[in-house]
Design a protein around this ligand. Sequence first.
Ligand code: AMP
Length: 122
Amino acid sequence: MPHSYDDQNIFAKILRGEIPNDTVLETEHSLAFNDIQPQAPVHVLVIPKGPYVCYDHFAQTASDAEILDYTRAIGEVCKLKGVEDDGFRLISNAGEAGVQEVPHLHVHILGGRPLGRMLQKA
Ligand code: AMP
């Protein structure tokens, strides 16, 4: 299915400065900010600035520069938040089965406590 980007999603509004965010890191192509409803002591969302719906859309169509910047930004946030030693989890929900609420690619960085098993039964 082709990816159709809705520029009225809440992260698009954050990128346009229409609503505030608690920024952790900003780079040329990426923005990281604290999740508004944290599920762990560390819960940061990392988004590309470009109009990508989800991870596969980004991986298939973003430029090399965007992909490099985004990957490095995730690594930098792990360092800034001090989760490297104890460990962390990256999650990127996509589409209906993935229960993605905001249709702009985001990777959740979760850490700061033991996170339990990866998935719950549906
Ligand atoms: P997902 O279900 O993967 O699409 O996750 C969307 C995430 O965005 C949730 O963890 C929300 O708490 C978070 N979220 C929604 N609105 C905001 C906002 N304005 N600022 C920060 N995080 C938000």
